[in-house]
Design a protein around this ligand. Sequence first.
Ligand code: DGL
Length: 276
Amino acid sequence: MALSAPDLSTRPIGVFDSGIGGLTVARAVSRVLPHERLVYFGDTAHLPYGDKSTAAIQAYSVKICDLLLKQHCKVILIACNSASAAAYELVREYVGSKARVLNVIDPIVAHVGATYANRTVGLIGTKQTVNSNVYRKKIDDLDVGVELHSLATPLLAPMIEEGFFNNTISDNIIRTYLTNPLLENIEALVLACTHYPLIKKQIADFYQGKVDVLDASDVVAEHVRHYLKENHLAAKAGSTSPVHHFYVSDFTSSFEQSTRIFFDQEVQLEHYPLWE
Ligand code: DGL
């Protein structure tokens, strides 16, 4: 007798990041897809990824995928821009047919290609994301005449993590970066880092409506929604809300308190010592 195929729609979506910043992506996904159960993993033991080598991020990412596969995730979403830049291809190969792998770069690249042909677009992110040149390569492959100007802004993620946003100190740092000549004459700015949705308003205020500020987390969440629907993987509405799990490789109460900043509500972090 032939075995019937398992119903993948009931399985969770795995989301991983270098730490808790990826909760901005998880939050956007849970808003757009309220019936999906999330298994989140933040590699707080190795944060930040933005300053790590490609080889190190690849090794961490593969190990995290083992955990998410053990949890039977139907989709693994790499919420971290730095990990998406450094490890997406490798992770996809590693995971094979065991789960679908999505990243946070492709949806924004498609959006930029569709909206800003023959225009100049800026991008800010970590050193790893910017130096990998992955956005430029993918945008150039579209061949629609988008000129991309990328600037590494490594102070922004730790600044936000320490709660420094919507104040004069962060205003000054943001202004210093955004007045860099590299970002002159752009028509849109891609926020290519998990943390930057929290300073979207400050950045938009700086540009006073002259530059479109593109929040990748919203674009990515919408992409995940389409992807699940097209691939018949979307969870059906249940009578109760799904119970998410949030794992971290190193636990501190300060990480737990910071979840409020990134997820809009404080969530309970579970310590999963993946590296011991
Ligand atoms: N999650 C990282 C990213 O989106 C930012 C924080 C880090 O450097 O680990 O690139």
